[in-house]
Ligand binder design. Structure first.
Ligand code: ADE
Length: 241
């Protein structure tokens, strides 16, 4: 999968070249191309922004500079995403959807934002990573690259994304590893039985319980069996006692 990032701060992307994403790049499963928008300034001082028409605080990134940076890329079949707090808030469903694309161009704003005319001209979709404001789109772009890359075949080991939080609309069940006893706390007995069917059932219940306790609003989008509905009802009753 190809990621082109249009940014004024390519150095900010160093952290994402580590660990799993770094390895995925080395294996050519993903390619991360950082484009410095400043390289496309025609100004002798390499200026990329100017004061807003109409007045107000801060500086606005100029449409022509951003457009020239965009035009330097192969844009055929690419989806252009602008990271902005005005976008739709990213969730796992959107991540999975984006992972089916072959080529994403991520536009990062900084300062007060980008001249609206170039946004209207090149952007397909606006995405936010949450209802708060960051200093720029670079950290949101890294969040997006990280989470989308996890779905690219070969990046994670098989099955890793199918049982994690949100994958079935639920939070994940708790995980345990050695030692079997930690500070007098034993691993749940069921996990030591080797009985896969019972373990699956227990994990599903734990997922339901976790979701009920921590993010109950997620439950309304999950299809539950009759038995599971009963289990939620029981949790509800227990909570009332
Ligand atoms: N730029 C600044 N804040 C942002 C946010 N919350 N999401 C995406 N891009 C941003």
């Amino acid at each position: 999968m190809q990621f082109d990032v249009l940014t004024l701060f390519p150095e900010m992307f160093e952290p994402i070249k580590q660990s799993i994403i770094g390895r995925a790049e080395k294996k050519n499963l993903i390619n991360l191309n950082l484009v410095n928008i400043r390289d496309f300034s025609n100004n002798k001082h390499k200026k990329v922004d100017d004061t807003p028409y109409g007045g107000g605080a801060g500086m606005v990134m100029q449409a022509d500079v951003v457009y020239d940076a965009y035009k330097s890329l192969n844009t055929k079949d690419a989806k252009v995403i602008y990271l902005t707090p005005q976008g739709k808030v990213l969730n796992q469903k959107k991540v999975e959807e984006l992972s089916k694309e072959k080529h994403l161009i991520l536009l990062c704003g900084h300062y007060e934002g980008i001249d609206q005319r170039v946004i209207d001209k090149i952007v397909d979709e606006e995405i936010s990573i949450g209802d708060y404001v960051l200093t720029g789109g670079e950290i949101p772009a890294m969040v997006l690259i990280d989470t989308v890359s996890r779905y690219v075949e070969g990046v994670l080991s098989k099955g890793s994304t199918s049982e994690e939080s949100f994958s079935q609309g639920l939070l994940e069940y708790p995980q345990y590893t050695r030692p079997e006893i930690f500070e007098d706390e034993k691993v749940p007995e069921i996990l030591l039985t080797g009985h896969h069917e019972k373990i699956s059932k227990w994990r599903r219940e734990q997922s339901l319980k976790n979701t009920y306790l921590k993010r109950p609003e997620l439950l309304k989008n999950v299809e539950l069996s009759k038995e599971e509905k009963e289990y939620i009802k029981k949790l509800n009753n227990d909570a009332k006692c």
